[in-house]
Ligand binder design. Structure first.
Ligand SMILES: [Zn+2]
Length: 158
C-alpha cells in the first residue's frame, strides 16, 4: 500500500506500494536483524508539485551493518546512476532510507549529521532531500533543504 506525506500545502511526498514493500522486507523484527538501508529513487511529477518514490536500493554486501548502525557503501550511488541511465534520466535521487530496531523510529544524532551532510554534498534536483526511517510499526519521514533545518512530514491517508 502506498504512503502519502504532506511536504507543503501544495506538495505531497508519495511512496509507491512497490517501494514500501522493498523497505518492509528489511524491518528489524528479530533481535539479530541488522539495520538496512539505501537510497530513494523516483520522480518530481510534472503536472503537480508532488514527489514520488518509485523504488529504493536495498542492502549491499559492501555496506557495514550492525543492529544499531548502518553505513551505506558507494555501491548505492553506482546503482542509482545505473537506474537513472536505464530509465532515460527520469529516475531521480530523492533521499535516503534505513531501518531502526524500534516501533516508532526516531533519528539519532549520527542520522541527523548524515542528513545534513547529504543535503550539503549530494547532487539532487529540487530544493530538498527526504529521509525515511523504517521502524517495526511505523515509517517516518523527515526533510531538509539547504536553507531549512530538519523537520518531520505529517502522514496523510492515501
Ligand atoms: Zn538511524
Amino acid at each position: 500500500m502506498k504512503l502519502v506525506f504532506r511536504v507543503t500545502p501544495k506538495q505531497r511526498f508519495i511512496i509507491t506500494g512497490q517501494a514500501v514493500e522493498q523497505m518492509l522486507a528489511h524491518v528489524q523484527r528479530r533481535f539479530w536483524h541488522c539495520e538496512a538501508g539505501g537510497v530513494l529513487l523516483g520522480r518530481h511529477l510534472l503536472d503537480s508539485y508532488d514527489v514520488v518514490v518509485d523504488e529504493v536500493t536495498v542492502p549491499q554486501s559492501t555496506d557495514r551493518r550492525t543492529r544499531f548502525s548502518f553505513f551505506r557503501s558507494k555501491k548505492h550511488e553506482t546503482i542509482a546512476k545505473e537506474r537513472w541511465e536505464a530509465e532515460a534520466s527520469t529516475l531521480a535521487y530523492l533521499g535516503l532510507w534505513h531501518t531502526h530496531p524500534e516501533d516508532s523510529p526516531t533519528p539519532s544524532s549520527v542520522d541527523m549529521s548524515d542528513w545534513v551532510q547529504a543535503v550539503a554534498k549530494d547532487t539532487f534536483d529540487g530544493p530538498r532531500l527526504f529521509f525515511l526511517i523504517v521502524g517495526r510499526k511505523e515509517i517516518r519521514v523527515w526533510t531538509k533543504s539547504c536553507t531549512d533545518s530538519i523537520r518531520e512530514l505529517k502522514c496523510e491517508a492515501p
